[in-house]
Design a protein around this ligand. Structure first.
Ligand code: GLN
Ligand code: ZN
Length: 764
């Protein structure tokens, strides 16, 4: 009898209590040896595999685990190590691996950027002088490990060549074909060795197929998989796509592979499937459980969907699975003891999602009655949250309906506003500032923890935060910065902080997901209608401003970033949630202004990453994002200066939307992408004030003055000094105090030097 099978695509690496993160950081600070790190992480990996096996999943992924990032893993597997790191040949040593990711004294780290439209960041491969070779067969090692240690016949996961090359940089478009020619034989070698070791199915991830590709690209895809199939016919290739409906559906399902993985939780996958059908000779891995959100599935609906899919294919062709790797959700909701039960019942993290997948596969196999209990429970949980007062706030819903005719623009155009602002602030040419957060010492974190546990009083905690703020206001004055910040010492995280204070949010205790490397974030859950409760940042900002004559920026996280870095309810449209948040922030800004804060920064680092993968959907998203930002920021007086900040994305193609935010000043990261952004200002005249990050804060290295000067001068070739600001490329929270002070002093010195030169020029 043919069995409906279940699969997973990838399991969270971090462990239920972030054991993985802790081990890595101990290794980096020298308190764990390499052997200990490898032993600890192996234990974790085996534990993850066992959990998946116990849950009843048929296809358990292996090789999805990583010590930092799976794209970097792919790079080192193929010997792609940038020249500035010492490397000869053979397996890339762990030290070099981490050096590429994190930088060293002598060599800057590789750039990192967002993984499609998620908040996971990968290390961008640099192919400048690539001589691809197979340095080690990683998937094979993991396959053998699972087999030998646990008797699990796993499904190796590999990042596919098309996606890998598309995500890489350092080559011209014309070189794509020849690079592909060099990489494909290496992939074939990997697959051959896997086949020899007994691997049956291999999952090759090609999420790039969900983005907008050209006909030529599809020809490359076809050529690649034809070659692979010819060379290793004995292996079953499951070509896995996710995050978006594939472009070129017909061509893709016709590829000479044995299985296709499609994401049925997005876009029009189902309608394409119905229109064009699915080949009889292939397996369909149907991603029906959303791998990226944390909501419990209404199993009835998904069961019906799968029954529908089975009208077109045979049971034996079907694999039930999550829509993507579960890397993007927390491990298990069992640890959430403090959570409101209505909410907790409606949640599903990685482990719970696997149970959903297994239940659905079993229901299809044994008949719906076999999982009736699970179906009923899931329906009840989802319904209870929908019917709760949290999702039925009449006033908020009315406010959103009334937005229809609301324009949300500042009263004066920028050119007029900036005159008034300059009159008020009297800033020098090329003003210096920072992005907001200042170093959070272990003491800051320890004190916050004590306060959370109730070990110190509210008042003692507030005093501690004030002392820290004061120390840094003094320090910023001494460093000579022109526009100061309060330092964000009261915040663990820029989204969580607001999540704890706005209505409609819930913050989990342990809902961590990997953001980049060992860094994890704990996205708040937007479970209900969002509204303003009481001032969230006023006390801290007003206090900081009271200590200095220089302007202190009020500091908020923008509506789109709050949205994109939270887990968002999926019963209403996302942009409606964004507008609810924006209206709440608007009240906060009015409060700040009412208390004398005349500069307010509204950070939108996550604006870009929310872009749909399908370019046709970009404009709608950007229009809504711009509107939300303006909704939050447009009520202020002309001489109140609105700042925004963005980082770690490619901004070139959304410059117009960025400009449309109509923020008076924007600070944008550029130092890690080595200035590529600057060239886009040659084509697009950005008319408002702008600061391009002049040094990389993700490395502990103190920059040299010449480097910063060089960065500034390069920017000034396309941007007028009159509109240019000088700042690091992101917040300084993760840095140490001493290195931060040193780096900022260098930055201010560089600014002064260029300022002087510019003034001399202007006098001529
Ligand atoms: N204001 C925030 C900070 O400085 C911005 C962080 C970010 O861009 N991710 O930390
Ligand atoms: Zn930033």
């Amino acid at each position: 009898m043919s069995k409906v099978r279940s699969a997973n695509l990838g399991y969270p690496r971090i462990g239920e209590n972030r054991e993985w993160k802790k081990a890595l950081e101990k290794y980096w600070n020298g308190s764990l040896s390499k052997e200990e790190l490898l032993a600890e992480t192996e234990q974790l990996r085996l534990q993850f595999l066992q959990k998946q096996k116990k849950s009843g999943i048929d296809f358990i992924p292996v090789g999805d685990f990583s010590l930092y990032d799976h794209v970097l893993d792919t790079s080192v597997m193929f010997g792609i190590v940038p020249k500035r790191f010492t490397y000869n040949r053979g397996p890339v040593p762990l030290e070099t691996y981490f050096a590429i990711a994190r930088g060293t004294e002598g060599a800057v780290a590789s750039e990192m950027t967002k993984w499609f439209n998620t908040n996971y960041h990968y290390i961008v491969p640099e192919l400048e002088d690539a001589v691809p070779t197979l340095t080690e067969n990683r998937p094979l090692a993991y396959y053998l490990e699972a087999k030998e240690k646990l008797g699990i016949d796993g499904k190796p996961v590999i990042l596919g060549p098309i996606t890998y090359l598309k995500l890489a940089k350092g080559y011209k478009e014309e070189a794509f074909a020849s690079l592909l020619e060099q990489f494909v034989p290496l992939y074939i070698q990997v697959l051959k060795e896997l086949a020899e070791a007994g691997a049956n199915w291999v999952q090759i991830d090609e999420p790039i197929l969900g983005t907008t590709l050209s006909k030529k690209d599809i020809a490359f895809v076809k050529q690649t998989y034809t070659e692979i199939n010819k060379a290793v016919p004995q292996i079953n290739v499951l070509l896995q796509t996710y995050f978006e409906t594939v472009n070129f559906y017909e061509e893709i399902v016709a590829l000479p592979v044995q299985g296709i993985g499609l994401d049925f939780t997005v876009g029009d996958t189902l309608s394409l499937f119905q229109t064009y059908g699915f080949p009889e000779d292939k397996v369909l891995a149907a991603g029906v459980i959303d791998g990226r959100n944390i909501w419990r599935t209404n199993l009835e609906e998904k069961f019906t969907l799968l029954e529908h899919i089975l009208l077109y294919i045979d049971k034996k062709q079907l694999i039930v699975q999550p829509s993507s790797s579960l890397l993007h959700v927390p491990v298990s909701k069992q640890l959430e003891e403090a959570l409101n039960l209505v909410i907790k019942d409606a949640l599903s993290f990685a482990d719970e999602k696997l149970a959903e997948v297994v239940a659905l596969a079993r229901g299809l196999q044994e008949g719906k009655a076999a999982i009736q209990k699970e179906i009923e429970e899931s329906k009840r949980a989802v319904q209870a949250l929908n019917d709760s007062p949290y999702r039925n706030d009449k006033q908020t819903q009315k406010n959103i309906r009334n937005l229809n005719h609301f324009k949300a623009s500042r009263s004066l155009p920028f050119a007029k506003r900036i005159e008034k602002q300059q009159a008020l602030f009297q800033l020098p040419l090329l003003p210096t500032t920072t992005i907001g957060s200042l170093p959070q010492t272990p003491e800051v974190r320890r004190t916050r923890l004590k306060w959370r546990k109730g070990e110190i009083t509210e008042q003692a905690y507030a005093q501690f935060i004030e002392a820290e703020t004061k120390k840094w206001i003094d320090m910023q004055e001494e460093i000579g910065l022109d526009v100061l910040v309060h330092g964000e010492f009261e915040r663990t995280d820029m989204v969580e902080y607001f999540g704890e204070k706005l209505n409609g949010f819930e913050v989990t205790r342990n809902g961590w997901v990997q953001s980049y490397g060992s860094r994890c974030v704990k996205p708040p859950i937007i479970f209900g209608d969002v509204s303003f409760d009481k001032p969230m940042t006023v006390k801290e900002s007003v206090y900081a401003q009271s200590l200095t004559k220089k302007p202190v920026k009020g500091m908020l996280t923008g509506p789109i970033t709050i949205l994109n870095w939270s887990f968002v309810r999926d019963d209403i449209l996302r942009h409606e949630v964004a507008y609810q948040i924006a209206l709440a922030l608007r009240k906060e800004i009015e409060n700040l202004e009412g208390n004398g804060i005349k500069m307010v920064q509204v950070d939108e680092p996550a604006l870009r990453e929310g872009l749909p993968l399908d370019q046709e959907k970009w404009q709608d998203y950007l229009d809504a994002a711009v509107y939300a930002f303006k909704l939050a920021t447009s009520s202020v007086q002309d001489d109140t200066q609105i700042h925004t900040h963005m980082c770690y994305s490619d901004f070139e193609d959304i410059i117009e939307a960025i400009s449309a935010l109509d923020a008076d000043v924007i600070s944008i990261e550029t130092s890690r992408s080595h200035g590529e952004l600057i060239s886009s200002f040659e084509d697009f005249t950005y008319d408002k004030d702008i600061g391009l990050g002049v040094y990389d804060i993700h490395s502990p290295r103190v920059p040299r003055k010449e480097e910063i000067i060089q960065n500034i001068e390069r920017a000034l070739q396309t941007i007028s000094p009159k509109q240019f600001w000088i700042n690091p490329d992101c917040g300084l929270k993760t840095r140490k105090e001493a290195e931060t002070v040193a780096a900022l002093k260098v930055m201010v010195a560089a600014a002064k030097e260029i300022r002087k030169a510019q003034l001399a020029l202007q006098e001529k």
